[in-house]
Write a protein that binds this ligand. Structure first.
Ligand code: NDP
Length: 450
């Protein structure tokens, strides 16, 4: 049976683009890709990339104060959101084009349209064009979820944060995960008065408890009003703003309310259920270790499968799919020991087991140090850095590493290599320190703290 293309990819985000490029450029496949919004997907257009640029912008306010402490005669003149937004938009345009060029350079045909699956080997574009494909890859990502509370329409999601006309004076952030905590810090750094409500006892559930405490305490010290064990029950429009009523009886008025209460897979309306593609309770497309769905010609990668919802993981899944199907190299998507960083201020970098998870699995030794980094100490700042290794008492393997402080995202990448290789605490100890750095603490913690 002949098909129009060997592979049709729905979704031009991290996972879909990687799969399309490898299948075409390395697998020699005839590939088409449809994207209904902007090429690059959540990460590039409304996620990791613009978020990190906002983080970069927001830490510079404190850097000006540090520069003064170091003797520079500088004065922060206030943050110009309009200037930043324009530069951000230009950068996103550049990146979107780069993604397009990479794909077309690899021979992939791009359709700037929504596509839905019509049968196991065919898709239909928004204009009615039908395209047949030997394989179909669903890489449609996810979207923000907002709970159905009265006044929810007054809130925005992270999608809107990069397009604000102006920065608010007072912002409320709802949620305690990556996105909520990162935006609370970004806005605070840009001079916005920030309140954060989180329904649980401590923000960043799932991360190492000591690291969460450390991040939350530092955020509060910087002036973010974190309300834990409290959720927003309803929002109402009032003169000059939005009033939020919380479950703990408190209320406050804000200019902007950001809901960052999780994301859900974009699987609805694609024609998948009708075809018998198994969809899970959270809307995720169910796949096996090779990202194959219950319909053999249809695969899915990235956030739409709700496995580990991180860009580098989607990229790996997309690559493994292309290797498996088009390069004759069956490759399972690997979700072991995925390091990640939360770009709060201070940053949190993490890989492997938390202390709590490791303790539940067996005897552990905990090595931890908190200290004031030389750079900020000199500038008169009080912030402390946390370095922590979770070690298996019997095998001596380092099971987890948690770092809070400047550069934690960069540091954790390298710790992840060692841990992935099975490094023991003694391997860390044998490694000579690089001095003077903050990272040297990782190889100089001699005695367990518990
Ligand atoms: P998360 O799942 O991390 O956090 C969602 C937060 O919203 C949690 O605090 C959750 O509470 C709370 N919540 C969920 N439902 C409700 C509700 N009905 N009412 C009130 N609160 C609610 O999702 P995010 O949106 O922050 O991020 C989505 C994903 O994107 C992350 O899981 C991550 O994989 C990825 N991401 C990664 C980043 C990075 O690597 N730096 C940055 C941004 C996103 P509870 O804890 O009680 O469930």
């Amino acid at each position: 049976m002949s098909f129009d293309v060997d592979l049709f990819v729905i979704g031009g985000g991290s996972g879909g683009v990687r799969a399309a490029r490898i299948a075409a450029a390395e697998g020699g496949a005839k590939v088409a890709l449809a994207e209904e919004s902007r090429m690059g997907g959540t990460c590039v257009i409304r996620g990791c990339v613009p978020k990190k640029l906002m983080v970069n912008a927001s830490v510079l306010g404190a850097a000006v104060a540090d520069a003064k402490a170091y003797g520079w005669q500088v004065q922060a003149g206030g943050f110009d959101w309009g200037h930043f937004r324009k530069a951000l938009e230009a950068e996103l345009d550049r990146l979107e084009n780069a993604y397009r060029n990479t794909l077309t350079g690899a021979g992939v045909t791009i359709h700037d349209a929504r596509a839905v699956v019509k049968d196991a080997h065919a898709v239909r574009l928004a204009d009615g064009t039908r395209i047949t494909a030997r394989h179909i890859l669903i890489a449609t990502g996810g979207r923000p979820f907002v709970p159905d509370i009265p006044g929810a329409d007054l809130a925005v999601t992270s999608n809107a944060m990069f397009h604000l006309d102006a920065l608010p004076k007072r912002a409320l952030v709802v949620g305690g995960g990556y996105i909520a905590s990162e935006f609370a810090c970004i806005l605070n750094g840009l001079g916005v008065e920030v309140t954060q409500y989180y329904r649980g006892p401590q923000i960043l559930r799932g991360f190492d408890a000591e690291a969460r405490e450390h991040v939350a305490a530092a955020m509060q010290a910087q002036g973010i009003a974190i309300h834990c064990n409290a959720d927003v029950a309803r929002l109402e429009k009032v003169a000059g703003g939005i009033r939020a009523h919380a479950t703990d009886g408190t209320a406050g008025d804000f200019d902007l309310v950001l809901y960052a209460t999780g994301r859900v897979p974009n699987s609805a309306g694609l024609g998948l259920e009708a075809l018998g593609v198994r969809i899970g309770a959270r809307g995720q497309v169910e796949v096996d270790g090779y990202s194959q769905t219950s319909v053999p010609s249809i695969y899915a990668v990235g956030d739409v499968t709700d496995r580990v919802n991180l860009t580098p993981v989607a990229i790996r899944e997309g690559h493994a799919f292309a290797d498996t199907v088009f390069l004759g190299r069956p490759t399972r998507a690997d979700h072991e020991l995925v390091a990640s960083a939360v770009f709060t201020q201070p940053e949190l970098g993490t890989v492997g087991l938390t202390e709590e998870e490791a303790r539940a699995a067996g005897p552990v030794e905990i090595y931890a140090a908190t200290f004031r980094p030389m750079k900020s100490l000199f500038a008169g700042r009080q912030d402390r850095m946390l370095m922590k290794l979770v070690v298996a008492a019997d095998s001596r393997r380092v099971l987890g590493c948690h770092i809070v402080g400047e550069g934690a995202g960069e540091l954790i990448q390298l710790a992840a290599v060692a841990i992935r290789m099975g490094a023991t605490k003694e391997d860390f100890d044998r490694t000579v320190a690089v001095h003077p750095t903050v990272a040297e603490e990782l190889v100089t913690m001699r005695k367990p703290v518990r």
